[in-house]
Write a protein of this length. Structure first.
Ligand SMILES: Nc1ncnc2c1ncn2[C@@H]1O[C@H](COP(=O)(O)OP(=O)(O)OP(=O)(O)O)[C@@H](O)[C@H]1O
Length: 267
């Protein structure tokens, strides 16, 4: 297992969020994390990246307890694409993507010989090479999102933790980014844990879907088994139908209307 989440509990002051999450992501796997706003998906990714520490339980990255790793060592194992990031005044695209090399730098923070090549490859991976000298502040929201993905890829880690990687992207670029991540996973043996709100895209691009609800994992399995009207209603609060893509074979969702959230997925 590359990522192993063992009985993880976590809360912010006055707000318990995770209450015993169990999750194991195998080497080379792609897992989509789904659930309602505020159910703790981003919190779980931040815990996996070592930016937060569980109040109980443990998260292992490659066998190491991430809470015991120095920030830089954790960043060498897993790259996190945050949901939002503060604007970076005055930086060009190349300079921002190069920030992804931070963890790989030497003790004095000096860039090494291969850093330029890794940065260039990451920009090429998401098709932003042509913007290398543009100021990040002058990019649109969707353009900036792709640059931030390049920055995460520039960390050159085996594990990618992607928090809503398709935010701000038009449909064409949503598909492009998800297909690119999947291609890189296969070609480079990456392990991907990503938060997605579109269950249809999760069903198509992830090998496994994990639904969080009430602070625990409420469903976990291959899309064809997990994506059901019961999951839509129970974990996402939406009544709808589920069909099958006639060519791809993956589940397709037809959400209809919001419904009150029930206690158990199967209810
Ligand atoms: N820094 C913080 N301080 C206090 N509460 C927080 C903080 N960050 C998140 N929360 C709360 O913790 C809960 C879980 O937040 P989290 O961002 O993990 O949810 P999420 O499932 O990723 O939601 P979304 O789908 O809206 O992105 C939410 O109720 C949120 O308001």
């Amino acid at each position: 297992m590359v990522v192993r989440v063992e009985d993880v509990h976590f809360g912010y002051p006055g707000r318990e969020v995770l209450r015993g999450v169990e999750l194991a992501v195998r080497d080379g796997e792609s897992v989509a994390l789904v659930g309602l706003n505020g159910c703790g998906k981003s919190t779980l990714l931040r815990l996996c990246a070592g930016l937060l520490r569980p109040s109980r339980g443990r998260i292992r990255l490659d066998g190491d307890d991430v809470a015991r790793l120095a920030r830089r060592d954790a960043a060498r194992k897993a790259a996190l694409l945050h949901q939002s990031a503060s604007p970076v005044a005055g930086m060009t695209v190349r300079q921002l993507v190069c920030q992804g090399r931070y963890a790989a730098r030497g003790p004095l923070g000096m860039l090494r010989g291969g850093d330029d090549a890794v940065t260039a490859r990451a920009m090429a991976d998401v098709g932003v090479t042509g913007w290398a000298d543009r100021p990040v502040a002058a990019l649109s929201g969707g353009e900036r999102q792709r640059v931030r993905l390049a920055m995460a890829l520039a960390q050159d880690t085996r594990v990618l933790l992607l928090d809503e990687p398709t935010t701000y992207l038009d449909l064409r670029h949503q598909l492009d980014v998800l297909a690119t991540v999947d291609r890189l996973r296969r070609e480079r043996g990456l392990t991907v844990l990503m938060v997605l709100h579109d269950l249809g895209q999760a069903a198509r691009f992830a090998g496994r879907i994990v639904a969080l609800k009430g602070g625990v994992v409420a469903a976990d399995g291959p899309p064809r088994e997990v994506v059901t009207p019961q999951l839509l209603a129970g974990a996402l609060g939406v009544a709808g139908r589920v069909g099958t893509d006639p060519e791809g074979g993956w589940p397709v969702c037809y959400p209809d209307h919001p419904v009150p959230i029930t206690e158990g997925i199967a209810e």
